[in-house]
Design a protein around this ligand. Structure first.
Ligand code: SAM
Length: 240
């Protein structure tokens, strides 16, 4: 079973939305396990403090290394060894390649920061991989952890049925964004479904979708388009 341990000051935030829909069913089917752990349970003083003022002065509070370390110990000693990540706006950006890597492993241990963040020494001592979910600042790591878990859990074997296949999704092997989708009614507010999608010609539909995916990627994400054209060029070179 894929095992997610989340170290947080707000364990009641989990599984939260991941208790519903695909991830919730997978939780009930024991495809994955969501183990939210209260960092405060590892506080040792009589005030149960988990944070202190920043050395060097300045605003806010910093999470204590000793308390976080004890929480890490407790999580990591349970089950098989798993990669430990710290969610932080300073981390490498989460992308589908990292999601695929994590979902193919035994699970994750996620440290959620609060306040100004976590004492640097425990990040280094534990060799935590620092991961960001985007270039903006959240008030805590929990929402970032939920996003990462959602992306990983849907890739676990048995979670997505054929109806929700990941094969042609954005950020897949081709690096293309996905083509646009349409459903009924065929006419809506003066807008029509592109006729080719109603033609029944599978090859034509596939060609149209591919062309749309390429157009959207070229227009919206030149970085992905460059990666896509690089992949295509090397695939052609290998094929000779
Ligand atoms: N002082 C920090 C900075 O400027 O980088 C921001 C701290 S933020 C208010 C509190 C916590 O929210 C962080 O320690 C981190 O765990 C989490 N967090 C905020 N933004 C995030 C993001 N974009 N990705 C992942 N985690 C984030």
């Amino acid at each position: 079973m894929w095992h997610a341990s989340i170290l947080t000051l707000f364990p009641e935030m989990f599984p939260g939305p991941l208790g519903l829909s695909l991830a919730g069913k997978a939780l009930r089917d024991k495809i994955w396990r969501c183990d939210a752990r209260d960092i405060r349970a590892h506080a040792t003083d009589r005030h149960r403090s988990v944070d202190d003022t920043p050395c060097g002065g300045g605003a806010g509070m910093v999470m204590r290394p000793d308390v976080v370390d004890a929480a890490m110990d407790a999580a990591l000693t349970e089950g098989v060894p798993r990669p430990a990540l710290f969610l932080t706006p300073r981390g490498r950006l989460l992308d589908q390649a990292l999601v695929r890597e994590l979902s193919a492993g035994p699970g994750v241990v996620l440290l959620c920061g609060r306040f100004e963040g976590v004492d640097q020494r425990v990040i280094e001592a534990r060799g935590l991989r620092e991961v960001s979910i985007g270039d903006y600042v959240l008030s805590g790591g929990e929402v970032a952890a939920l996003a990462l878990l959602d992306a990983c859990v849907r890739l676990l074997p048995g979670v997505m049925g054929a109806a929700e296949s990941a094969e042609e999704e954005s950020h897949g092997a081709s690096a293309l964004l996905e083509y646009p989708h349409y459903t009924r009614p065929v006419e809506w507010q003066g807008r029509s479904v592109p006729p080719v999608l109603l033609s029944g010609h599978h090859a034509e539909v596939a060609r149209w979708r591919r062309a749309e995916a390429e157009k959207i990627t070229r227009e919206r994400r030149p970085d992905l388009w460059a990666r896509h054209t690089g992949t295509e060029t090397s695939a052609r070179a290998i094929a000779g």
